[in-house]
Write a protein that binds this ligand. Structure first.
Ligand code: NAD
Length: 365
């Protein structure tokens, strides 16, 4: 069988540290399952700008074009450091959005999961968490405000101005709606549609298409919630959610809130899926405040590997073994500093976490 080609983009900040653990685990899984891997590393993000003059260099584009899947670490710099890079080459504008556009990765899956036994990681009271937190955010990833027309300059009154438009056509909404309904069919058959139709015309069209697509899924109950109210309910009663679908920027913001209610963004992996290719990345950024200290939580990056095993390599059992091994490490009382709110935890480093997951995988054999 030909080797499975993966482009590995370590990114910036904590990216290389958490990617090292993710690749360590990926190799263990490959060894065990007889999977041959062809890993190619490419420069991407702010580090690529400094080493190659471009945030998404041509070599990296070729590597990604040839890969069957892409594993991407977080990118970005602190606000102050970002100013050293021209605006259009700053990592999101210069690398991340072009990557999403290039592979049309319109469907972003962001699981927000915390089993009851790990509820102590969450800042929410156990009465609010109940039997645990378990929902998935389906975020539209290549349209909306982030990809609409942008213009800035000086207006007729001599004032600086900027315009950014939130653009969708019906096909873009329809395809993400299908993904959301299909996901709901595989879970509890309840879909929360998150919108802002009381203000935004884009949400009016969004809701029309949700209703049209929903007609093909009569078993799925659709519940409509305004995005601002959804932010509140995520804190007050996250258990009401199972599958949530939303526009690009809404998803960016609410999924970070998802990380907040779990207790750390380090618990937020994701998959970004297009018609031909998918890439896998943590939902969070490069965490410059803790970079280089071997203290970042690699769960998000290893979880992204688990999602790749499930969605691109079609090895759901291997993905599931990886999730379980990570949770057993937490279950043994270990955690990285981002999660430690209690005194009796066994604090571990990024690389310790990876080693313990390797140990758990071996013990499960
Ligand atoms: P961030 O997500 O990097 O960090 C927010 C907070 O969460 C910080 O306190 C950080 O230490 C913590 N955190 C994040 N991941 C963690 C992990 N795995 N383990 C432990 N703690 C973790 O957000 P920010 O500081 O606003 O942004 C930093 C940079 O990341 C910016 O340049 C931003 O543009 C970029 N960014 C990139 C992506 C991406 O690559 N997809 C996403 C979001 C932000």
């Amino acid at each position: 069988m030909a080797a499975f080609k993966i482009a590995v983009l370590e990114g910036d900040g904590i990216g290389p540290e958490i990617m090292a653990e993710a690749v360590k685990l990926l190799k263990v899984v490959a060894e065990r399952s007889g999977l041959e891997l062809d890993l190619g590393y490419g420069a991407f993000g702010a580090s690529a700008y400094f080493s190659h003059g471009r945030a998404f260099p041509d070599e990296t584009k070729r590597l990604c074009d040839e890969a069957q899947a892409i594993l991407k670490g977080p990118i970005g710099l602190s606000h102050e450091e970002s100013q050293k890079i021209p605006v259009d080459e700053q990592p999101e504008r210069g690398a991340l959005l072009p990557l999403r556009r290039r592979y049309n990765t319109f469907a972003n899956f962001r699981p927000v999961y915390l089993p009851q036994e790990l509820a102590h990681f969450s800042p929410l009271k156990s009465a609010v968490i109940g039997s645990g937190i378990d929902f998935i955010i389906i975020r539209e990833l290549v349209g909306g405000l982030y990809f609409g027309a942008k213009e800035s300059g000086i207006n007729a009154q001599g004032k600086r101005y900027v315009t950014e438009s939130l653009e969708y056509d019906e096909d873009q909404i329809s395809r993400i709606a299908h993904v959301a309904f299909d996901t709901a069919m595989g879970r509890k058959k309840v879909l929360h549609n998150i919108h802002k139709s009381n203000v935004l015309k884009s949400s009016v069209l969004w809701n029309e298409i949700i209703a049209e697509v929903g007609a093909n899924y009569p078993e799925v109950e659709v519940r409509h919630i305004l995005v601002d109210a959804a932010a509140t309910y995520l804190c007050l009663n996250p258990g009401q959610f199972d599958v949530m679908v939303m526009e690009n920027m809404f998803g960016d913001i609410l999924s970070d809130q998802g990380g907040g209610i779990l207790g750390s963004l380090g618990l937020m992996p994701s998959a970004c899926v297009g018609p031909e290719k998918a890439y896998y990345e943590p939902s969070h950024g490069s965490a410059p405040d803790i970079a280089g200290q071997n203290i970042a939580n690699p769960y998000s990056m290893i979880g992204s590997v688990a999602m790749m095993l499930e969605m691109s390599l079609h090895l759901p059992e291997e993905g599931s073994r990886l999730w379980q091994a990570m949770r057993r490490v937490f279950g043994r009382g270990y955690c990285t500093p981002d999660l430690s709110q209690e005194t009796d935890v066994k604090m571990i480093s990024t690389s310790d976490f990876g080693d313990l997951v390797v140990e758990e995988l071996a013990a499960a054999d």
